[in-house]
Each structure stands twice: as structure tokens, then as C-alpha cells.
Design a protein around this ligand. Structure first.
Ligand SMILES: *Cc1c(COP(=O)(O)O)cnc(C)c1O
Length: 356
């Protein structure tokens, strides 16, 4: 038998979650965002679960080409644009939609002979100050793009910095976008997962959900379950050893956890080299033999330790869920001071992925 850790990806959950987005935003088309190997779920498996999607959003052109090889004929948007003139040529050959956000991109569009005119997503900076032309240039840029034979259509695109934080909201960015683009009769794409769920006015022509497809919530105050989502990944392993501690005994590196009563400790074949966050503190939820308990002691490279004092049926070989439908990935992330996105993207290569 091999080391018992595995990531089980639930294709049906991904399909369900996409359909959930379509129910929330029935009037919009939705790019299923599959960048970063579909947030760690495997691009091919996710794409096949999303074969009915209106389109795909991705950063890596290699992934976009793979989508075409697997028979996906719908629009594929290169969310971060192209990184060279030769990528622009390839994008036109494949009829990818291309975001442009830099003067360089405009220059390439003006100078490069292309196989066919491109569908352009004009990325406007409305206050996140990461990518995009200053929103106030929208009118002038649309005018310039309109004169290029290399441009088939223009969609206005922006991205929100705080759609997931109700206290901060999107008002400032949204009104800057509206003001700058008033009167331009062009399709619009603004919403990531959080905006799609929280701000109906941002749904427009194309929404761009990512995290919700994988069954995690972008919000602190609304769980994936509240949003009607299903966990798309179960990270599971088994107990490979059981230790008995007396009061005063420590467990793991740094001896950071010390028993204050007689305890049973389960040793799980999962560590930070599998993608489990090393900084997850004692108390982080985990489930063993179907019962929820807590991490104790430091996470090692290949192992972590959990409290099984009150779970007598837990023994060597008992199944352990690190995250999944019993232990929401968002709960683990919150405890570890990060977000579900980071955990799912960080699943290590050595963890075998199964369909489940
Ligand atoms: C990653 C990404 C998204 C998806 O964001 P989520 O928060 O995962 O929904 C949407 N738009 C752009 C431009 C992105 O890069």
C-alpha cells in the first residue's frame, strides 16, 4: 500500500457550483475561472466538469491551448493578457479573448499582423491599482481600438479589491467605472465570485467566478454552505500511529503543545510538504473516523498530530479528513490565518489526485 494521503476532486460539485452561479446571475454569461491548475483541482478534470460553461478564464496560454485540445470551443479569456507579441499571434490563431492592460499591449495590437481580429477585454483600473489603464482613459482607448483592423470587439473590464468585505464595499470603484464609461455602449465584465454574489449591479454581460466553483466562500461572514456550494476537494489521509501522553508530555517539534491530562494523540500522514499549512495552530479543525477534533502540536513536513482522546474508535488506519465536506476548507484557512484559495492552490505534486 502507498502512503495514504490523497486529494479527491468531486467533479459533480464543480458542475453544481457553476450551475449555482448561473442561478444567481441568470442574465449574465459566466467565464469559469480555471487559472492555477483550476485552483489546484487539475485543469483537465475541472474543464470537463465545466464543459457546459459559457467560457473559461485563465492566465496561462499553455492551459488555454490545452482547453482547445480537449475540445472546448467556447470563449477562452486570457485574464492577464499576453506576455509577448508571439503570444498575441497565437491567441489570434486560437481565437482567445485577450485582456489588455498596458500601453505595450496596444502597441502590439497596432503592429502585429494577426490571423483574425481579436475580441479584446479592455482592463480599466478603477482603484485597485494593480492592472489596467486609468479608467478615465476609457473613451480615448475605445476610440483607438475601434480603428484597428486587429480588433473584432471591445468589452470593458475591471476588478474589485474589496467585493468580499461588506464593510468596505465596492461603491468607490463602481462609481469610478460608471462615470468613466458613461455612454459607451459596450459589453461589461466586472464581477469575481464575491461581486457576483454580493452586488447584482456588477453582474453585467460576463461574470468571472473562480473560488466559488471549487466550493469555498470568498466571504468571512457567509459560509460556502450559505451560498449553496459544495466542496470540490477532499484532502484525506489516515492515522499511521497513536501516542499516549501523560500530563506534562509534549508533542512534535518545538514541544509547543503540552498535555494537561492523559491524552491519546493520532499521527496523520499529512504535512506541510503535502500542502497543509505549517502555520496552522493547535485547535485547527480536522475530522477522524467521522468525528471532528483538533490539531495539536506543530505541523511537520510529512506528519501532523491530532487529539483523539475522546474518540476511542480512532485507531491506526482510521480515515482523516483535513478538509472537505466535513471540515470546510474555509474553517482550516481561517484558523491558519489564510484563505481557502491559498490552501487549494498549494496542494503538493506528491499528493495523488483521485476522482470522487
Ligand atoms: C482570479 C480572477 C477572478 C476570479 O476570482 P475569484 O475571487 O476566485 O472569484 C476573476 N477575475 C480575474 C481578473 C481574476 O484574475
Amino acid at each position: 500500500m502507498t502512503r495514504p494521503i490523497k486529494a479527491i476532486v468531486h467533479s459533480k460539485a464543480i458542475t453544481h457550483n457553476y450551475n449555482q452561479v448561473k442561478q444567481i446571475a441568470p442574465a449574465s454569461r459566466a467565464f469559469a475561472v480555471v487559472k492555477a491548475n483550476a485552483y489546484g483541482h487539475g485543469l483537465e478534470r475541472a474543464a470537463k466538469a465545466l464543459a457546459h460553461a459559457d467560457g473559461f478564464g485563465i492566465l496561462e496560454i499553455e492551459g488555454a491551448l490545452a482547453l482547445r485540445r480537449w475540445g472546448m470551443k467556447q470563449p477562452v479569456l486570457l485574464l492577464e493578457g499576453v506576455f509577448s507579441q508571439s503570444e498575441l499571434i497565437e491567441a489570434a490563431r486560437q481565437d482567445f479573448f485577450v485582456a489588455i492592460h498596458e500601453p505595450n499591449h496596444l502597441m502590439w495590437l497596432e503592429q502585429t499582423p494577426l490571423a483574425r481580429p481579436l475580441h479584446i477585454f479592455l482592463k480599466l483600473n478603477t482603484g485597485m491599482n494593480r492592472l489596467g489603464f486609468p479608467a478615465e482613459q476609457a473613451r480615448e482607448l475605445v476610440g483607438r481600438l475601434g480603428q484597428l483592423s486587429s480588433v473584432a470587439s471591445v468589452t470593458l473590464m475591471a476588478h474589485f479589491a474589496t467585493a468580499d468585505e461588506p464593510a468596505k464595499g465596492i461603491e468607490k470603484q463602481f462609481s469610478r467605472f460608471q462615470h468613466a464609461t458613461e455612454g459607451l455602449k459596450l459589453p461589461i465584465s466586472l464581477a469575481n465570485s464575491a461581486a457576483t454574489f454580493a452586488y447584482p449591479q456588477t453582474r453585467n454581460d460576463w461574470v468571472r467566478p473562480g473560488i466559488v466553483l471549487y466550493g469555498a466562500s470568498p466571504f468571512d461572514d457567509r459560509s460556502a454552505k450559505d451560498l449553496g456550494l459544495q466542496a470540490a476537494m477532499t484532502l484525506q489521509s489516515q492515522l499511521i500511529s497513536v501516542q499516549h501522553l501523560q500530563p506534562g508530555d509534549a508533542v512534535g517539534y518545538g514541544a509547543t503543545f503540552i498535555a494537561d491530562r492523559p491524552m491519546r494523540i493520532g499521527v496523520v500522514a499529512c504535512g506541510y510538504a503535502d500542502g497543509y499549512p505549517r502555520h496552522a495552530p493547535a485547535g485547527t479543525p480536522v475530522s477522524v473516523a467521522g468525528q471532528r477534533t483538533r490539531l495539536v502540536g506543530r505541523v511537520s513536513m510529512d506528519m501532523l498530530t491530532i487529539d483523539i482522546t475522546d474518540i476511542p474508535q480512532a485507531q491506526i488506519g482510521s480515515p482523516v479528513e483535513l478538509w472537505g465536506s466535513e471540515v470546510p476548507i474555509d474553517d482550516v484557512a481561517r484558523s491558519a490565518g489564510t484563505i481557502g484559495y491559498e490552501l487549494m492552490c498549494a496542494i503538493a505534486l506528491r499528493v495523488p489526485v483521485h476522482e470522487g
